[in-house]
Design a protein around this ligand. Sequence first.
Ligand SMILES: Cc1ncc(C[n+]2csc(CCOP(=O)(O)OP(=O)(O)O)c2C)c(N)n1
Ligand SMILES: [Mg+2]
Length: 336
Amino acid sequence: MAKKKNLPLSKMPKLLWELHNKMVLIRRFEESTIKSYQQKKIGGFLHAYIGQEAVGVGVLAHKKPEDSVVTSYRCHGLGLALGISPEACMAEVFGKVTGIVRGKGGSMHFFDKERNLLGGHGIVGGQFGIGIGAAFASNYKKQNAVSFIFFGEGAVPQGTFHENMNMASLMNLPVVFICEDNKYAMGTENVRILANTSISEAAAFYKIKGYAMDGMNLSEIHDQMGDIVEEVRKTKRPALIHLKTYRYKGHSVSDAAKYRTKEEEEKWKEDDPLFKSADLLVSEGYKTREEVEAEDKKTKDYIKEIVKLAESSPDPPLEELTQHVYFDKREGERWQ
Ligand SMILES: Cc1ncc(C[n+]2csc(CCOP(=O)(O)OP(=O)(O)O)c2C)c(N)n1
Ligand SMILES: [Mg+2]
């Protein structure tokens, strides 16, 4: 029997609207966290996902509840794309007890057991072993789950990337390696750290499939990833995806991004994934420009509300400082 072809996103108005608005939610959430950080209401580091929204939203549209996700410190966007409560995400960034990990993770360490978000990780490349471990567990328990590992191009020259690709191939682990190549690793451009910037070519050596994609186009990512994720799930063969994207802001809030030109930033902004999906909604006749803008305004107002909520939420109590650091049998039921 011939395989049923998956519908393109441009022909699914409801889903296109939902995914577009998820990208808008991430954009407005991030803009507001930057503002609160500059007002010194947020401590620690803060790395915004602005510019990369299409990657997280387009890829994770194919995540099933049993699948797992792991990423770097640039993790707010993926948390929101997964549908974690924005209130709890904002509270976490503010370090409040109402946050997704009771204010102990902060901006860099989102984690959510319910959706199998296995962390934002501060160590570059720290997520690979955890991600392939989740895929191994799925095979072992016959769960048919896929493990999504998101990482920046700055992790590609590291040994751990190659070791884990090798192991995933050797052991037939259902892993989707998603390289979010935003052109820079802190202040260093990709051409200065990679002998080969065609990152998907690394797949061939490990005898897996490699794909290169435009990371600024939601519908393209959605449509191509649908078939890839299905194949990984079915064959248990890993795949490597290279998505070219751009972070519109500095590496973290404290980076003024002096190492690149304004012209380059403007060029990438013309390619804004949010404009593209808004245009698609309008050109297909699914929404009017006014409806798109009204929804955006609603999101901005909502974000203002959740910032207020986060600000007025309590800090974690002092007695929790040493709790939940290691697994605690007495707390087992709650934290397992
Ligand atoms: C093992 C390790 N080395 C160095 C650092 C310092 N560091 C933090 S972020 C970063 C750049 C990573 O860039 P990339 O992987 O492209 O991710 P992006 O920030 O662009 O999302 C570096 C070198 C670190 N956190 N961990
Ligand atoms: Mg990068």
